[in-house]
Write a protein of this length. Structure first.
Length: 312
């Protein structure tokens, strides 16, 4: 038994928001609205029938045609000619661009909105207690929506990603949000190398967000494989948590793993022999998901998460 126990089964669902809604799902598909446009994407977990008529589904501005059932594999978008390359979205004071990508998503992940809210609340509580900005590290930060929510709530943010293109998009989202002067450091680096360097330098963070993909590459071709790299990454992240740390949030889309094993990996990393006793915090795990904007809504899990939280 770990010091943290096994309190799994929490669900963090994206509530319907003005710019995003899961309109319908079923028959292996989902129909979502991103701002003024709706899209059809494959959803193997929609194990039920669609409720809305074909006429509603036919109005979609884009549909992703998967080349196979494997979400890791590609496919292509069929897009309406009127659809702009990108358009503005917003969530609680932060703005960002949506645009269809070859990876079947739209350059951000709506199901993570529960994390954005959780982090913003924890950051505000930290500031009220300690009277300073918490230092937050966002690893595999992509287009930076989580970084912007953290900065907007009053954190000093370090955002790391291997892709120059993703960092450029994160800059554009910061400008769009009117947060150009917010204290966010954008770093193009391999996440594992970066955290190892930070640990050697003796740097600390009050909160860490990490969303490692199943497979990826650092800017110098460094290979990231979740199954091989996760224990070292988690243990380095745990060593970077300050005495006043308020959270560490791990999200995993490689859904073939289970919540129990990801929970155990995080408990192991946080429960090691450390000067800073993290075991007085709590660890919860479960799924992040999207829920239909309808009566008797159906919900769809999109990723697993484990969240360490300690009240400031
Ligand atoms: C699925 S995205 C993460 C989504 C992001 N957390 C969000 O909420 O929008 C995965 C990101 O990991 C980055 N990546 C992949 N391998 C990496 C590595 N070895 N070091 C740093 N970043 C990496 C990719 O460039 C990509 O932006």
């Amino acid at each position: 038994m770990t010091a943290f126990g096994f309190s799994t089964g929490q669900i963090s669902l994206t509530e319907d928001w003005q710019d995003y809604a899961l309109l319908d799902s079923g028959d292996g598909l989902k129909l979502e609205r991103f701002g003024p446009y709706s899209f059809v994407r494959p959803e193997p977990q929609a194990l039920w029938e669609r409720r809305l008529g074909d006429d509603v589904w036919a109005k979609a501005a884009g549909r992703f045609l998967a080349s196979s059932d494997d979400p890791e594999k590609g496919g292509k978008w069929q897009l309406s000619k009127d659809l702009p390359d990108r358009w503005e979205m917003g969530f609680e004071g932060v703005k960002f661009y949506a645009s269809p990508t070859p990876f079947r998503h739209l350059a951000f992940f709506p199901e993570q909105s529960g994390h954005w809210q959780f982090c913003a609340t924890a950051i505000k509580a930290f500031r009220a207690k300690h009277g300073r900005k918490p230092r937050i590290l966002n690893l595999f930060g992509y287009t930076g929506v989580a970084s912007l929510h953290a900065a907007e709530a009053g954190a000093e943010v370090t955002h790391v990603d291997a892709s120059k293109k993703a960092i450029a998009q994160a800059f554009e989202n910061r400008e769009l949000s009117g947060l150009s002067d917010a204290p966010i450091r954008y770093i193009t680096d391999d996440c594992l190398k970066f955290v190892a360097r930070e640990a050697r330098r003796g740097n600390f963070y009050d909160g860490i967000i990490l969303d490692p993909p199943k497979y990826g590459r650092g800017p110098k071709g460094e290979v990231w494989r979740l199954e091989e790299g996760l224990p070292e990454l988690l243990s380095l992240c745990a060593s970077l948590l300050s005495d006043e740390a308020i959270f560490m949030i791990l999200t995993i889309y490689a859904i073939r793993t289970s919540t129990l094993s990801v929970h155990s990996a995080m408990a192991q990393a946080l429960g090691g022999d450390r000067a800073n006793d993290l075991t007085s915090g709590e660890l919860t795990s479960g799924e992040v998901g999207i829920v239909e904007a309808a009566d008797n809504p159906r919900a769809i899990g999109q990723a697993l998460f484990v969240r360490y939280h300690k009240a400031p």
